[in-house]
Design a protein around this ligand. Structure first.
Ligand SMILES: NC(=O)c1ccc[n+]([C@@H]2O[C@H](COP(=O)([O-])OP(=O)(O)OC[C@H]3O[C@@H](n4cnc5c(N)ncnc54)[C@H](O)[C@@H]3O)[C@@H](O)[C@H]2O)c1
Length: 684
């Protein structure tokens, strides 16, 4: 065993490692709110000490109290390993189970400095998307994985490995739950409190399910969204050339917007308040130009519109100022959105207009109530400016970041029934939302991803080559492209566009050079596409064309994995968008159909309490077992959602599930009868 393997196998060390210095070069999580009472702070320390031998308690108790005071959380920094954190080739991990080793590969990728947003606080993305709550949990989980055999299952409660439990070969090796709360304790401050106590965490989507693959996933998804948004507003199929897209955020996910805008072929202006974040994206060449001065920006954009340039610009400043200035200057905006982190509005996700980043950060920690008021005020201003643009014809969509939700909570003018919209020449019409006042604007899922992708079973399928070799990834790209081209020949017209977009993507995948961290690829495919691609991979492993296992997975942001009334299921209009049966059924169904690990989370993407979302990982090793598992599980993992979407009377889903039933004799899905609207007119 080498030193790395010894350290993994050892788990929590017997002797205390040296304390770690706080590294100012690393991007650290913001100081969290001081929310615990004195008694609760003692409880948090007692909870943290559970991981360590009593002889270390005097030193650690003091250290953990300091961490809690200074950072608002106990991260156990001293236990952060000295070895480099990255997705190693699978055979470098100690252990007896290849499935467990593949999971270690994925965990280390999620925590690597190159991939994670706040690597030392175990946060992968989204400001608070955690893999584990602290380094003690990481060490323990990795040790269990190195010990487990394929008749055991590791159970993980919000980062805490409860233990290894006897199970069986076909069971998942790991079952993860993140942030599962008794529903009444699922408010944003409950996360602050129970996370500070060390008993729960916000797993985001792919962070807490070990399935994050860096920015590639989001570039692909954002490109598909911008392309389809362009098709939506394109009257004569003229495309996006010369059209202007205004949005905000250059962070973990939002940073994909300018790159996607360039791939889709429009002019993108993205406001970002944090100069460090602007610099990162600029140095990555994901943005072409940076402006701090709005007058100069106005001149530049006019020129770009005239010349129909494909151009991405970062406006280093507040998005509210950008919307307002462009209204004053009468700049026509074709597409508009927002990707500030409004799933996390009070702790750094949204910066209010009129204040610098530093002023806001100080206010957030010292005067949290005033900060909240300023955020609300800013949201009201932002909505007013957006409304002026949409009155002139801008197509604005909510980008699943809870913009409309938080703006409405702040009292902004965003409801469909408000005079602002109803007095327009062409007022927006109801999409049929229930359970809330309807928003004047649709979310990107309501208008774009739902009806064009999810309802046809198309979603973010991904894979990772655990050999860590780029040549293996290139082989899989090739295999996937051939499969899609073959399938396209038989595809009905309804899904031809999807097939084309993804064949195009996979052809350009190598050139786009988007691999950061593990050797991973993403594309959108339906159940048939996912199964056929996975079968071909398994065959390549069987023939030894590829020599190390492949991990299959997906984003939670998919057809079946997520119940989220303001995002993934926002184009469900039968009232069931406020239920979470689909996500729960999905993860249960995946677990007994062959997933290698499953996870179910509270809050991914749009915020704690607003969504239930789940995912899976599946290890392919070229065996017959893997082939049986992939067929059974991938089939369910898509068709569960299609059946539900069809029951909700969504046209695309009714079409897609009917097609699936014709091909699959064992599938019998309950189909809706559609009531005649005229019949209902005379009632109530
Ligand atoms: N990209 C997608 O496909 C997608 C899909 C669904 C949801 N989302 C949501 O988008 C949001 C953003 O995700 P992220 O990972 O990029 O988060 P992030 O926190 O890394 O980035 C958000 C950025 O917005 C900036 N910002 C905040 N307020 C601002 C303001 N008023 N003006 C200008 N800049 C401001 C912040 O400085 C930060 O860099 C999240 O809520 C996420 O759930 C993204």
């Amino acid at each position: 065993m080498n030193n790395f393997q010894k350290q993994i196998s050892q788990g929590i060390p017997d002797e205390l490692p040296q304390p770690k210095l706080f590294d100012p070069k690393i991007n650290h999580a913001p100081k969290r709110k001081d929310i615990l009472s004195t008694a609760e702070k003692k409880l948090a320390i007692r909870n943290a000490l559970r991981y360590f031998d009593k002889k270390h308690h005097p030193i650690l108790a003091k250290e953990f109290a300091q961490e809690l005071q200074e950072y608002g959380r106990i991260y156990m920094y001293r236990f952060r390993p000295d070895y480099e954190m990255y997705a190693r080739p699978i055979n470098e991990y100690p252990g007896v189970s290849n499935q467990a080793k593949a999971i270690m590969h994925m965990i280390q990728n999620n925590l690597s400095d190159a991939v994670a947003q706040h690597p030392h606080e175990l946060i992968t993305y989204g400001g608070n998307g955690a893999v584990f709550q602290n380094w003690g949990q990481y060490l323990l989980a990795m040790q269990y994985l190195s010990q487990m055999n394929e008749d055991q299952t590791m159970v993980v409660y919000s980062g805490h490995a409860l233990g290894l439990f006897p199970s069986h070969k076909n069971a998942p090796r790991v079952v993860v739950t993140n942030g599962m709360m008794i529903p009444n304790y699922s408010k944003q401050d409950d996360w602050e409190k129970y996370n500070a106590l060390g008993v729960t965490q916000y797993g985001q989507m792919t962070a807490g399910s070990y399935m994050y693959i860096g920015p590639q996933g989001i570039v692909h998804g954002t490109t598909i969204t911008v392309l389809n948004a362009g098709r939506k507003i394109s009257k004569k199929g003229e495309g996006l050339a010369g059209k202007l897209f205004i949005t905000s955020g250059l962070g973990g996910m939002s940073g994909a917007q300018p790159k996607a805008g360039n791939i889709a072929g429009c002019i993108t202006i993205c406001a970002e308040i944090n100069p460090k974040v602007v610099h990162t994206r600029y140095s990555q060449k994901w943005i072409d130009e940076v402006y701090e001065n709005l007058d100069l920006l106005v001149e530049r954009v006019k020129k770009a519109q005239i010349n129909k340039e494909v151009l991405s610009i970062a406006y280093q400043g507040n998005i509210v100022d950008l919307w307002e200035k462009f209204d004053e200057e009468n700049i026509y905006i074709d597409l508009g959105s927002d990707q500030t982190s409004l799933h996390n509005p009070w702790a750094g996700g949204y910066y209010p207009a009129g204040y610098s980043l530093e002023e806001s950060n100080t206010m957030m920690a010292k005067q949290p109530d005033l900060f909240k008021e300023k955020v609300r005020e800013s949201l009201r201003r932002q909505a007013d400016a957006i409304n002026k643009h949409t009155a002139k014809g801008t197509y604005f969509f909510d980008y699943g970041n809870a913009f409309l939700l938080e703006a409405s909570r702040a009292g902004a003018d965003v409801f469909l029934d408000s005079p602002t919209f109803q007095n327009r020449k062409n007022p927006p019409t109801s999409r049929g939302a229930v359970g809330q006042r309807e928003f004047a604007y649709a979310s990107y899922v309501e208008d774009i991803m739902g009806p064009m992708c999810f309802d046809y079973g198309f979603g973010p399928f991904r894979w990772v080559c655990t050999s860590a070799k780029p040549e293996d990834l290139a082989k899989t790209d090739n295999i996937a492209m051939q499969v899609l081209e073959e399938l396209k020949k038989e595809s009905p017209k309804e899904i031809q566009q999807q097939m084309d977009d993804n064949i195009q993507w996979i052809k350009g995948a190598q050139e786009n050079n988007l691999v950061v961290g593990s050797q991973a690829r993403i594309l959108y495919a339906d159940a048939e596409g996912r199964i056929k691609i996975a079968e071909a991979f398994n065959q390549a492993l069987k023939n030894s064309e590829i020599t190390a296992p492949i991990v299959l997975g997906r984003d939670h942001h998919d057809v079946s994995g997520t119940d989220s009334p303001y995002r993934e299921t926002s184009n469900i209009y039968d009232g069931s968008q406020f239920t979470a049966d689909m996500a729960i059924q999905n993860v249960i169904g995946d677990s007994f159909r062959g997933a290698t690990w499953v996870s179910i989370h509270n809050g991914g993407g749009v915020g704690w309490g607003e969504v239930i979302n789940g995912g899976f990982g599946m290890v392919l090793d070229g065996s017959n077992d893997a082939e049986r598992r992939l067929r059974s599980m991938l089939f369910w993992d898509v068709n569960n959602g299609l059946s539900r979407r069809s029951w909700a009377r969504n046209d695309g889903a009714m079409f897609a599930i009917k097609r699936e039933m014709e091909k699959t004799p064992g599938l019998k899905v309950t189909f809706p009868n559609i009531a005649d609207d005229d019949l209902l007119k005379s009632y109530f």
